[in-house]
Design a protein. Structure first.
Length: 349
C-alpha cells in the first residue's frame, strides 16, 4: 500500500480541543472484523465486549511537562524548548527541539525562569529544529529535575490552538500513568475512568502493563509514497516478566487480548518469540506497522481517530483491514466523531 491510500479530508471542527467531561463518556465506535459491522456506543459500554480472564494491556508511561520557554542571552528573544529525551543524567545532556530554530546556534545560552537559575548551553545541532543542550544548574539531580518540572508545561499537541490550562496536567495523563518519560500521552488510555477500571476488574478482566515512552517520532509525518522507506524514530520500551506471564497465559487459553492504544500494539509486536508468545524486553523500538501485517499477540485493539497519512492510521488499517477502516473513518466524519488526543475512541474486535 502507498501513502496516498491513507489520505482523507478531515473537517477542522472535528478536532477535539477538550476531552469529554467524564472520561468514559466519550463516543465509542465498535468495529467487528469477523462480522464486518460498525456499532456506535459510549466508551463505558466496552465492558460488554469482555469476559472473565480476557486481558487488557495498558501503557503506564507518564507524560512529563516537556515544553519550556527560555530567553536567549544578549537579545532576550523568547525561545520554546521541547524536551525530547535525556541523553546523560550526569552531564545533564538533553535532545530537544527549539523554536524559532534559526536563532539558536552552537555556543548560545538560554536562561529559564524569573530568577534565571537554570541555564542551558547549545552544544550540537541534530536536525533542522533539533539541538543538544547541556543544562547548567547548581543543585542535585533531583533538584534539577524538580526545576524542569516546575518550569515546564503540559505538551499539548500543536493542533490544539488554545492556551494550556492547569487542568490539562491531569486531563492529558492516563489515570494509571506511573513511569515518567513520555512527551505525549498514549491517548487511547485517556478514556478510562477509575470507575470503569474497577468495573472491568470486578468482571474478572485481567490487566498487564507495559511501558513505551511516547516520543514525537510517533507523530512525524510520512513523506515517502513507498511506505517501506519510512523510518520511525526509536522510542524506549519495557515489558516486564509479570506482563509476559499474564499475556502468555491468555494466549494459551485463547482469550481476548486487547492492546489499549497503538503504543501498546507496537511494544507487544517488538518482542515476539518464535512461538508467537511475548518475551520480556527492555530497550528501544522503531517498529513501523503498516499493511499487510500479521499480528502475533493482541487480537483486539482500542484506539483514537488519527491524522490522515499518519503511521497510527496505517497500523489501524493493518489491524482492522483497509476497507473496514476506510468505511469507519467515512462514518466517523459523517457522524461528527471527534478526532485526535482528546477525541472519541474506536474498539476493534
Amino acid at each position: 500500500m502507498k501513502l496516498s491510500h491513507f489520505d482523507f479530508n478531515l473537517p477542522e471542527e472535528l478536532l477535539a480541543e477538550y476531552p469529554s467531561e467524564n472520561r468514559d463518556e466519550s463516543r465509542l465506535m465498535v468495529l467487528n472484523r469477523k462480522e464486518n459491522t460498525i456499532e456506535h456506543k459510549q466508551f463505558k459500554d466496552l465492558i460488554d465486549y469482555f469476559d472473565e480472564n480476557d486481558v487488557m494491556v495498558l501503557n503506564n508511561t507518564k507524560v512529563f511537562p516537556a515544553r519550556l520557554f527560555g530567553n536567549k542571552e544578549k537579545t532576550g528573544a523568547r525561545i520554546e524548548v521541547f524536551l525530547l529525551r535525556e541523553l546523560n543524567s550526569e552531564t545533564r545532556l538533553w535532545d530537544v527541539l527549539v523554536d524559532p530554530a534559526r536563532k539558536i546556534r552552537i555556543g548560545n545560552k538560554l536562561y529559564f525562569g524569573d530568577d534565571e537559575t537554570l541555564v542551558a548551553e547549545v552544544i550540537d545541532n541534530t536536525t533542522s529544529r533539533g539541538r543538544t543542550l547541556r543544562f547548567l544548574y547548581d543543585g542535585s539531580y533531583e533538584e534539577f529535575r524538580k526545576k524542569l518540572n516546575d518550569l515546564g508545561e503540559t505538551p499539548l499537541p500543536k493542533y490544539i490552538k488554545r492556551e494550556v490550562e492547569p487542568e490539562d496536567m491531569d486531563r492529558y495523563q492516563t489515570i494509571y500513568a506511573k513511569n515518567e518519560g513520555a512527551v505525549a500521552a498514549p491517548t487511547a488510555g485517556l478514556h478510562f475512568s477509575k470507575h470503569l477500571l474497577k468495573r472491568l476488574e470486578i468482571k474478572g478482566v485481567d490487566f498487564a502493563e507495559v511501558t513505551l515512552h511516547v516520543g514525537l517520532g510517533t507523530f512525524s509525518p510520512v513523506e515517502v509514497e513507498d511506505l517501506s522507506k519510512h523510518k520511525m524514530d526509536s522510542e524506549e520500551a519495557e515489558i516486564q516478566s509479570e506482563a509476559t506471564r499474564v499475556v502468555n497465559k491468555a494466549i494459551k487459553e485463547k482469550r481476548r487480548i486487547c492492546a489499549v492504544g497503538t503504543t501498546v500494539m507496537r511494544t507487544l509486536e517488538s518482542s515476539v518469540s518464535s512461538e508467537s508468545t511475548l518475551n520480556e524486553f527492555r530497550g528501544w523500538t522503531n517498529k513501523f506497522i503498516f499493511p499487510p501485517y500479521d499480528f502475533s499477540i493482541a487480537n483486539c485493539m482500542i484506539t483514537n481517530f488519527h491524522t490522515p497519512k499518519s503511521t497510527l492510521l496505517m497500523m489501524v488499517s493493518a489491524f482492522a483491514g483497509h476497507d473496514l477502516m476506510k468505511r469507519a473513518y467515512d462514518e466517523a466524519v459523517k457522524e461528527k466523531y471527534k478526532f485526535y488526543s482528546y477525541g472519541d475512541a474506536m474498539l476493534i474486535i
